[in-house]
Write a protein that binds this ligand. Structure first.
Ligand code: ARG
Length: 461
C-alpha cells in the first residue's frame, strides 16, 4: 500500500487512477535543489524557535546534504509512489535521518508555502539565465550594426517603401525591445523577491518561526506581507510568462523580416550554412529554419501564458490544487527559450547583408518624396501645399516612368514655383538620411550615438 503524507485520517491509500493524476514528479523534479535549500533554511528557523536542538539541526543538515548529493549523482530518484518533489525528498530525508529526526522537519510548513517559494526561487534564477542569452542576441545585432554603420536600406511602413533608413538604425530597432525585455525581467524581480515560506497552508505558523529569517536565507528581500496571498497568488509566475512571451514575440518579429530578407525577391541577406537547413528533395534549397522555428515557437510560448492565465482566472483563495498547473507552462517557456536563443544569436551574428542591393533599392518607390515636402517647408512653404507639390512630382514621375531625381529644372519649375534646383540636395539617399538628424533619427551621427547608448545599456545589465 502507498505511503502518503496524510495517513492518519484515511482508511487506505489513494486509488491508482488518482495517484496517476496527482503526480507531478516528472516536471517538478527540477525544483529539488530549491526544495533542499528551503528545507535547510526551515530547519534553521525551527532551531531558532527551540524546536530542534543544535545537534538535531546538524544531523538534519547533514542528511539534507547527503540527499542533495544523491539527487545530483542520480542515486536518489522519484519513486512510483512519490506524489511530488516535496514528498519524494521528505522520503529521502527520512531514509537518511530516520523517522524520529526526519519527521520533525515538516513542522510549521506546508507544501503550499513551499511550492510558492520554490517556484519563485527557480524563476528568479532562470530570469537571469534567459536574460544573458537575450543579451547575446543583442550583442550580435549591435555587432552587425557596427559592421555597416553607413549602409542604407529601404525603410518600410505597411511593408511598402516609405523612407530610406540606415541598416544599423533598423537593426537597433530590434535590439531596443529586447533590451526592454531584459529590463522587464529585472523589474519583475523586485516583485518576485518576496518569500512565501512561513505562510504555512494559508494562515501562517503558530510555532514561532521567523519568515523573515528564511527569506534572507533564501536570497529574498523579505517575506510576503500576507500568508493567504503568499500561498494563493501566482501573478509573479504569470508576469514572468508575459515577459517570456513578449521576448518570444520580439524574436518572432525579427524572424519574419529575416525570412523575407532571405527570399530571392528581396535578396537582402544570406544566412550562414551552419545556421540554415537544406531540403531532402530539392538540392538547391537553403532554408531559414531558425527564424521559422523562432516564429513558430512564439505561438507555443504565448499559449503557455494563455493557459496559465486561464488556470488562474476564477480561483478562490487560498491554495487550490489547480495551482499545480502553474509550473509546466513556465518551464516550457524556459526550456524553449534556452534552446532557441543560442541558435538565434548564432544566426544573427553570421548573417551577411547585400548592402549594395539594399542601397540600390533604398531610394526606389519614390521614398524621397517626403524629403521634397520637408525641403519646401524649410523654404517657408506651408506643409499642406508642400505635400501636394511633392505628390505632383511623384505623379509626373510615375506617368513618365522616371525617378524623382530625373526631373529637369524645367519640370520642377513647372510643377511649382517653389521647386528650385536646390531641392536636389535632398534628392539623394545620403541627403535624406543626413537631414533626419533629430534624436533617435536615421542620420549617421544619430545612429552612431544610439549604438553607443545600446552598448552602455548592455554593459549596465
Ligand atoms: N505539488 C503541489 C503544487 O505543485 C503542491 C502540493 C500541495 N498540495 C496540496 N494538496 N495541498 O502546487
Amino acid at each position: 500500500e502507498r505511503v502518503s503524507l496524510w495517513g492518519g485520517r484515511f482508511a487506505g491509500g489513494p486509488a491508482d487512477a488518482l495517484a496517476a493524476l496527482s503526480k507531478s514528479t516528472h516536471f517538478d523534479w527540477r525544483l529539488a535543489g530549491q526544495d533542499i535549500a528551503g528545507s535547510k533554511a526551515h530547519a534553521r528557523v525551527l532551531h531558532a524557535a527551540g524546536l530542534l536542538t543544535a545537534q538535531e539541526l546538524e544531523g538534519m543538515h547533514d542528511a539534507l546534504d547527503d540527499l542533495w548529493a544523491d539527487v545530483q549523482n542520480g542515486v536518489f530518484v522519484a519513486a512510483d509512489d512519490d506524489e511530488d518533489v516535496h514528498t519524494a525528498l521528505e522520503r529521502g530525508l527520512i531514509e537518511r535521518a530516520g523517522t524520529e529526526l526526519g519527521g520533525k522537519l515538516r513542522a510549521g510548513r506546508s507544501r503550499n508555502d513551499q511550492i510558492a517559494t520554490l517556484v519563485r526561487m527557480y524563476l528568479r534564477e532562470q530570469a537571469k539565465e534567459v536574460s544573458n542569452l537575450v543579451l547575446d542576441v543583442v550583442d550580435a545585432l549591435i555587432a552587425q550594426a557596427q559592421e555597416q554603420p553607413n549602409a542604407p536600406m529601404p525603410g518600410r511602413t505597411h511593408l511598402q517603401h516609405a523612407q530610406p533608413v540606415l541598416l544599423a538604425h533598423h537593426l537597433l530597432a530590434h535590439a531596443w525591445p529586447m533590451l526592454r525585455d531584459v529590463d522587464r525581467f529585472i523589474d519583475w524581480d523586485l516583485r518576485a523577491a518576496k518569500s512565501p515560506y512561513g505562510s504555512g497552508a494559508l494562515a501562517g505558523s503558530s510555532l514561532g518561526l521567523d519568515p523573515a529569517a528564511v527569506a534572507t536565507d533564501l536570497g529574498f528581500d523579505g517575506p510576503v506581507e500576507n500568508s493567504i496571498d503568499g500561498t494563493a497568488s501566482r501573478d509573479v509566475v504569470a508576469e514572468f510568462a508575459f515577459v517570456a512571451s513578449m521576448l518570444a514575440i520580439d524574436l518572432s518579429r525579427l524572424s519574419e523580416e529575416i525570412i523575407i530578407w532571405n527570399t530571392k525577391e528581396f535578396g537582402f541577406v544570406t544566412l550562414d550554412d551552419a545556421f540554415s537547413t537544406g531540403s531532402s528533395i530539392m538540392p538547391q534549397k537553403k532554408n531559414p529554419d531558425i527564424a521559422e522555428l523562432a516564429r513558430g515557437k512564439a505561438g507555443r510560448i504565448i499559449g503557455d501564458l494563455t493557459g496559465l492565465l486561464t488556470t488562474l482566472k476564477g480561483l478562490p483563495l487560498a491554495y487550490n490544487r489547480d495551482l499545480q498547473e502553474d509550473k509546466e507552462p513556465v518551464f516550457d517557456q524556459i526550456d524553449t527559450l534556452s534552446i532557441l536563443l543560442p541558435a538565434f544569436a548564432g544566426m544573427v551574428a553570421t548573417m551577411k547583408f547585400d548592402t549594395e542591393r539594399m542601397a540600390e533599392l533604398a531610394p526606389q518607390g519614390f521614398s524621397l518624396a517626403t524629403d521634397i515636402a520637408e525641403w519646401l517647408v524649410r523654404e517657408g512653404v506651408p506643409f499642406r501645399i508642400a505635400h501636394e507639390v511633392a505628390g505632383s512630382c511623384v505623379r509626373v514621375c510615375e506617368e513618365r516612368g522616371i525617378e524623382l531625381w530625373d526631373l529637369s529644372d524645367a519640370d520642377l519649375a513647372e510643377i511649382s514655383e517653389h521647386l528650385t534646383p536646390a531641392v536636389r540636395s535632398v534628392l539623394s539617399v545620403e541627403g535624406s538620411l543626413g537631414s533626419r538628424n533629430a534624436v533617435g533619427g536615421t542620420a549617421p551621427e544619430r545612429v552612431a550615438e544610439q549604438l553607443e547608448q545600446a552598448k552602455e545599456q548592455v554593459a549596465e545589465f
